[in-house]
Design a protein around this ligand. Sequence first.
Ligand SMILES: Cc1cc2nc3c(=O)[nH]c(=O)nc-3n(C[C@H](O)[C@H](O)[C@H](O)COP(=O)(O)O)c2cc1C
Length: 158
Amino acid sequence: MKTLLVVFHTHGVKTARMAEAVEHGARRALAEAEAEGEVQVVVKRAAEAGPEDLLGADALLLGTPETFGYVSGMMKDFLERVFYPCEGKVAGRPYALFISAGQDGSGAQSSVERIVTGLRLRKAHEAIIALKALTPEVLAQCEELGATFAAGLAIGAL
Ligand SMILES: Cc1cc2nc3c(=O)[nH]c(=O)nc-3n(C[C@H](O)[C@H](O)[C@H](O)COP(=O)(O)O)c2cc1C
């Protein structure tokens, strides 16, 4: 059984809604492929996730708001807590980001991408960045991201 891990932080609701869409897309894709028994989808808040979650994950989707031009503090805390326990043990595993921001998002993206370089995670999809209000288009992109990762894990093509 492979594991798709979704870790997110939210101060309000936007990143949480993006995470829900990611999870929904992943579960839909697995149901359509009748592959629920091959991939499990685990969704955790950053504060509740730890090294054992990342070590057990075959692929990772990270969701964070942008705060002060950077990754949100709680997501940074997660990345700090997992860094040494996972360093050298998760190299090559695919990841992608979904980001919620008021007007930018590039600071959150670049800061996470720089941090996970140290873990040698492999970027497998462009970051999805939601600016201002969430739109149906962005939520559809999040669903597609979850579906792509889940289906990719199921068929070994990620
Ligand atoms: C303390 C704080 C700092 C923020 N800094 C930025 C920022 O630097 N750039 C930006 O585009 N949005 C910034 N925002 C806006 C949030 O990124 C945006 O409202 C986001 O959608 C919140 O997501 P959430 O509802 O999941 O918490 C900031 C919000 C807060 C509360």
